[in-house]
Design a protein around this ligand. Structure first.
Ligand SMILES: Cc1ncc(COP(=O)(O)O)c(C=O)c1O
Length: 343
């Protein structure tokens, strides 16, 4: 039951206000698809409409609701944090909750990932990874895999080849080079110029239609990065948080990325949070002195609500769904194994 303070006064229905003041095109798109439903409440994987329909949610907010809608642990943690009326977004203290969450994420990720930058979205994490790679290597270029999806801010969009997303927003960042996914020869050609700071890649190309890496692609791509002095960065927004069985897809290929970008399920569907996990080398290149202690940050970075929520989501997830997710599907199959399976 919403409190009075949470109700937004309006002289019209929420839907028509949305139509008039937010995005009428979106409403026009949902209507013919029969998706313009009014939801009363959502729990687990089920959505309940005001007309008494019960809908099974296969979209899951595009890999956001791994623990299910309104998971009781997460709701409880958020309420608890609000009831405490503790420090939030002071911009002048050490947010210990963010520290505890970062420690847990580094433990789960392993390898050389020892520091975490927190933001509020995936695109923001990708933007940070671009800046951090440039600061670490002193190079400007970035190599990306064509048909990938990395977000719609200007830097992240510069890593995407699809004209649908780019049209009308250029010019985007210069010196970014797209190579076909799963094509090591093209990747080597791009990296061998030694002008590129990083190769940024989704280990499974999600929005491109769940395109899987060959068994050798990611380990050899990492090797090529090492050979030509570029960082190896994985965008695990859709695949991370146990989505494919292991905490990261990187674990299935025994990768040691220089940075990993997470968001989506990290937020458990309720409070925005994103994270860039990085090595000490990357951290010390960016935050290299007292003067640069906050050289890359944002207002809601490290806020207590998202840190608290995420910590609880993690226990709910790692304890139950994380391990059960590994059982039926196993690990990421090779493209030929995937073709052979019946879905
Ligand atoms: C792989 C991947 N990276 C980055 C993003 C951008 O994340 P956000 O929408 O939180 O900015 C998305 C969003 O769908 C994504 O799928």
């Amino acid at each position: 039951m919403a409190t009075k303070a949470a109700q937004i006064p309006s002289t019209r229905s929420t839907k028509s206000a949305y139509e008039e003041y937010v995005n009428p095109q979106w409403v026009s798109l949902l209507n013919p698809l029969g998706l313009n439903e009014e939801y009363e409440h959502c729990r687990g994987s089920e959505l309940y409409t005001t007309h008494g329909r019960r809908i099974l949610d296969f979209l899951s907010g595009y890999c956001v609701h791994n623990p299910g809608h309104n998971h009781p642990y997460i709701v409880e943690a958020l309420k608890d944090e609000l009831d405490k009326a503790g420090p939030a977004v002071l911009q002048s203290h050490v947010p210990e909750l963010a520290g505890a969450l970062a420690e847990r994420l580094c433990e789960l990720a392993g390898g050389g990932l020892r520091k975490v930058y927190f933001g509020s979205s995936g695109s923001e994490g990708v933007e940070a990874a671009i800046k951090f790679a440039r600061a670490t290597t002193g190079r400007t270029g970035i190599v990306y895999a064509q048909n990938s999806f990395h977000g719609l801010t200007a830097g992240a969009l510069s890593l995407m080849s699809d004209e649908f997303w780019r049209e009308g927003f250029g010019p985007l960042l210069p010196d970014f080079v797209g190579v076909p996914f799963n094509d090591l020869a093209a990747l080597e050609k791009a990296l061998s110029t030694e002008r590129n700071a990083a190769f940024i890649v989704e280990p499974v190309q999600a929005e491109a239609g769940i395109r899987l890496p060959s068994r050798t692609y990611l380990p050899e791509a990492q090797e090529l990065c090492r050979k030509y002095g570029a960082l190896f960065v994985v965008d695990e927004l859709q695949t991370g948080m146990f989505r494919t069985g292991t905490f990261l897809v990187a674990h299935q290929f025994e990768l040691q990325p220089d940075m990993v970008v997470l968001a989506k399920a990290l937020r458990g569907g309720l409070v925005p949070v994103g994270a860039v996990l990085m090595t000490d080398r990357v951290y010390t290149s960016v935050y290299s002195s007292l003067k640069r202690a906050i050289v890359h940050t944002s207002t809601f970075s490290e806020n207590s609500l998202s840190a608290r929520r995420t910590g609880h989501a993690r226990s709910a997830r790692a304890g139950k769904t994380g391990s059960s997710c590994a059982a039926p599907g196993g690990a990421v199959p090779s493209p030929s194994e995937a073709r052979a399976r019946t879905f």
